[in-house]
Design a protein around this ligand. Structure first.
Ligand SMILES: NC(=O)c1ccc[n+]([C@@H]2O[C@H](COP(=O)([O-])OP(=O)(O)OC[C@H]3O[C@@H](n4cnc5c(N)ncnc54)[C@H](OP(=O)(O)O)[C@@H]3O)[C@@H](O)[C@H]2O)c1
Length: 245
């Protein structure tokens, strides 16, 4: 049996296990299994790997995408640039880190935006997912600011600085925070939503719930919206490709 899985804490929001089980079934891969491993501390990873000799790969989710860097024997160059890893390939005592959120987000974003889209973007959050999003926007030569609760610098503004003009000048807003994710589905990022228009694109990396309050509020102001489900599927498929290469 080839064992794959997901580490993080908590994992109740995650659809990865369901997605992989369905994929194995569709591909008739009877010798593959995908399990969730809720780790209260990332230091538990070493024990987990040594106890499971048939473990070939893991996905990594919140809150460990950065902390996992300390446990790798090698890292893919893009994952290193982003400073976050969501996929581990495990073999012969090696643990190699990759970031397939980059691939997943790029593919999902480019199918969402009009070809002629030429506005700047706001990336809400400054965590691992936000860094992968920023990497993609840089590749696409799109200008952006991070938005943070506490960090203010050349590349990062505070939520309190977002006014009508900022919203008008940034027609792509990407929620890369866990705000609004199951079970806290009533929460939403603190933005002046009333300045949004039909020219705005709201992308939420969250996929559970299917429509977050962030997207619901965007729709109220006629924005185009997209959740993180397609990105999840694309990044999962890329992880599977890495595990089997
Ligand atoms: N669809 C997909 O395939 C996919 C892939 C990756 C991630 N995700 C989702 O993306 C989200 C972020 O993931 P992550 O790994 O980057 O998480 P993370 O490392 O925990 O970072 C999230 C960032 O969000 C901000 N934040 C955290 N709590 C907040 C709060 N209560 N209010 C406002 N901002 C808050 C923080 O930035 P500041 O402290 O600077 O404000 C933090 O750095 C999660 O919901 C995750 O499930 C989805």
């Amino acid at each position: 049996m080839k064992l794959l899985g997901l580490i993080g804490f908590p994992l109740s929001h995650s659809f990865s296990k369901k997605y992989f089980e369905q994929k194995f079934c569709e591909m008739n891969l009877l010798d593959f299994s995908y399990q969730n491993f809720e780790l209260k501390n990332i230091s538990e990873i070493s024990n987990l790997i040594s106890q499971l000799p048939n473990l070939q790969g893991l996905n990594v989710t919140i809150p460990y995408k950065k902390e996992i860097l300390n446990y790798l024997t090698d890292i893919d160059s893009d994952a290193k640039k982003v400073g976050a890893v969501n996929t581990l390939k495990i073999f012969e005592k090696k643990i190699i880190g990759f970031n397939t959120d980059i691939f997943g987000f790029r593919k999902s974003l480019t199918s969402f935006l009009d070809e002629k889209f030429d506005s700047k973007a706001l990336i809400l959050g400054t965590g691992g997912a936000a860094k992968a999003v920023a990497f993609v926007l840089q590749e696409l030569k799109m200008k952006f600011y991070f938005v943070s609760r506490g960090i203010k610098n050349e590349k990062t503004i505070l939520y309190s600085e977002i006014d009508k003009q900022v919203i008008e000048n940034h027609r792509l807003i990407i929620n890369s925070t866990p705000v609004g994710m199951f079970p806290d589905v009533e929460k939403f990022p603190l933005l002046p939503y009333e300045f949004l228009t039909s020219q705005h694109f709201l992308f939420d990396l969250i996929y559970n719930p299917e429509e977050t309050k962030f997207l619901e509020l965007g729709k109220k102001y006629f924005c185009k919206t997209k959740n993180g489900l397609q990105m999840l599927h694309y990044q999962a498929d890329k992880s599977f490709e890495i595990w089997n290469s």
